[in-house]
Design a protein around this ligand. Structure first.
Ligand code: SF4
Length: 568
């Protein structure tokens, strides 16, 4: 295999990757501004220049210094090369580039949202000079309103053109361009054409300095107060890998987490801003029961006991229980709901289990628009706006197979509506970010005992026999199966909003009460333990072997979670 030595480290490579790609693969940091893995290479910022020694075929392949610096982002790695990004010449260049970039850059780090995660700050510290020789006045440029969600603070821009290339190469919407020359060069919109595409938030992510700013996040938090928990998008079926940034139980923003099997480097704006319902004022936060046409507050403990009694009475009289499992819930939660309903019947196969409605919006939209959805670097906005329809269906199929029914035994939403008519009691789960109740379901629920486990009020909330407030995916852990059958686990980012419980915990509690245990003895829901139980009970080993677990970032600790539940 070919080898290249970068800063003294011998690195193997195949094919003809750039020197920078080999360095990245071997954990060697070479500074860069204009280079981004997902965009074309322009080699314009010049901070990644390296010193290269290469075998000279005209001198017996003796390794000789090539007397100029090379952009490591653009120069292919060669067998036998010696490369230095830390030689005197390379470091002098890095310092010169930093000094040049900082000539007109305002010293407004104290009020800049990027401070704390700014490449200019970091490289200034690592590769810059400690003083400026520039005595003239800095050129000032105005702040520009680029569109609904993005500001451009022009005088912070270092003209790396990542944002321009993003709109040219990924969205093909071409809203951004470079105008002017020399020190008057700047990024601007094409006249009369605001930044307006479903992926535009990514221009903020690709900007290595604080020039492109997210209006939604601006001045909300200093980034060093935020914890970034690795997670999976809970609003669409793509399984986009994300970081959820939060502080003291409040979500502030979502950023993409690179995963070449799902979202590559990007997320759509609906994924970026789709979490707002988590902190919505309308969140259900009090268990209630229906009494004389009104919902009256009760405790979780009280509700659990009443539910258990009423479900037992229904089954004793020969009635059946149904459960509609929302595609917004995790596989673990789907399993617990199934187990709970089935264990109430002498013959578990009598339980009616079905998938909730799967919201669809338009058609899949792939970027770049010329790419196919399965192309290596393509990103697709999914028309299916639920994270786990396939995972819930997989669990339902598992139950159907236990009953020796074929997989058509597991019900989709239409099948559930038809089958629910025979049930006397129905457990409904929601967790959708907007209204999800349909006319058909409303009709089918008439005169039944309805236990609604949900996060936001819907058309049936005032009429439900019991309402149990649940937690969104950001407040719990679990597994989603994306549109390409990829099983991905996610961890809890924030504590459950006060007054709510994760569905997994609600079902664990209900099962403890059904077993005659007091609520205080109900075990804490653990997604990992439930996955093991699924592997054993449903013979679905994939829940132990094929679930990808996110690593890194911050997860709230068990003590904090325990406290959040006991204060409910
Ligand atoms: S706004 Fe940011 S991404 Fe765009 S050219 Fe300037 S520095 Fe680069």
């Amino acid at each position: 295999m070919a080898t290249i030595t970068i800063n003294g480290k011998v690195c193997e490579f195949e094919g003809s990757p750039s020197i920078m790609t080999v360095a990245d693969a071997n954990g060697i940091e070479i500074p860069r501004y204009c280079y981004h893995e997902g965009l074309s290479v322009t080699a314009s910022c010049r901070i990644c220049l390296v010193e290269v020694w290469a075998p000279n075929p005209r001198n017996d392949n003796k390794v000789e210094l090539i007397p100029r610096l090379f952009p490591s982002c653009q120069t292919p790695a060669g067998d036998g090369q010696l490369v230095y990004s830390n030689s005197e010449k390379a470091v002098d260049n890095q310092k010169a580039v930093m000094e040049y970039l900082l000539i007109n850059h305002p010293l407004d780090c104290p009020v800049c949202d990027q401070a704390g995660e700014c490449h200019l700050q970091d490289y200034s510290f690592k590769f810059g000079r400690c003083e400026s020789r520039f005595e003239e006045d800095k050129i000032k440029q105005r702040k520009k309103d680029l569109g609904e969600t993005v500001w451009l603070y022009s005088d912070r821009c270092i003209m790396c053109t990542r944002c321009v290339r993003f709109t040219d190469e990924i969205t093909h919407t071409n809203e951004l361009c470079v105008i002017g020359r020399g020190s008057n060069e700047q990024i601007d919109l094409f006249p009369g054409r605001p930044l307006d595409n479903p992926m535009m938030g990514n221009v903020v992510d690709v900007c290595p300095v604080g020039a492109m700013l997210d209006k939604d996040f601006q001045f909300q938090q200093r980034v060093w107060f935020l914890t970034g928990t690795p997670s999976i998008d809970g609003t669409t079926s793509g399984g986009d890998n994300i970081f959820i940034y939060h502080n003291e139980g409040q979500i502030y923003r979502i950023k993409p987490r690179k995963n070449m099997a799902t979202n590559k480097w990007w997320i759509s704006d609906e994924v970026r801003y789709g979490w707002k319902f988590v902190h919505c004022e309308d969140r259900l936060a009090q268990p209630t029961r229906e009494q004389h046409g009104e919902q009256v507050p009760i405790t979780f403990d009280h509700a659990y006991h009443e539910i258990d009694e009423q479900l037992n009475a229904i089954v004793r009289e020969g009635g059946t229980i149904a459960a509609m499992i929302s595609p917004m819930l995790s596989c673990e939660e789907a399993y617990l709901i199934g187990q709970y309903v089935r264990q109430h019947h002498d013959n578990p196969a009598d339980a009616v289990l079905g998938l909730g409605p799967v919201p669809m919006e338009g058609e899949d939209q792939t970027f770049p628009p010329t790419a196919k959805a399965d192309d290596a670097n393509a990103y697709t906005i999914r028309a299916e706006k639920a994270p786990n329809a396939r995972g819930v269906q997989r669990v339902l199929n598992g139950f159907a197979q236990l009953d020796k029914a074929d997989q058509s035994g597991s019900l989709d939403f239409d099948g559930f509506i038809a089958a629910v008519k025979k049930a006397k009691a129905v457990i409904l789960t929601g967790n959708y970010p907007s209204e999800w109740m349909t006319k058909e379901l409303t009709k089918a629920l008439s005169k039944k005992l309805v236990i609604l486990i949900d996060t936001l009020p819907n058309a049936w909330t005032p009429k439900a026999t019991f309402v149990l407030p649940a937690s969104t995916w950001m407040e719990k852990s679990g597994t989603f199966e994306n549109v390409n059958s990829l099983l991905q686990a996610f961890e809890r980012s924030i504590q459950p909003i006060e007054g709510t419980r994760p569905e997994g915990q609600i079902l664990t509690d209900l099962m403890a009460i059904a077993d005659g245990l007091p609520l205080s003895h109900s075990p804490r829901f653990s997604a990992e333990s439930v996955r093991s139980a699924m592997a054993n009970t449903l013979h679905m080993q994939e829940f132990e072997t094929d679930v990808s677990i996110p690593t890194g970032g911050g997860v709230i600790c068990e003590d904090e979670y325990e406290m959040a539940l006991t204060t409910i």
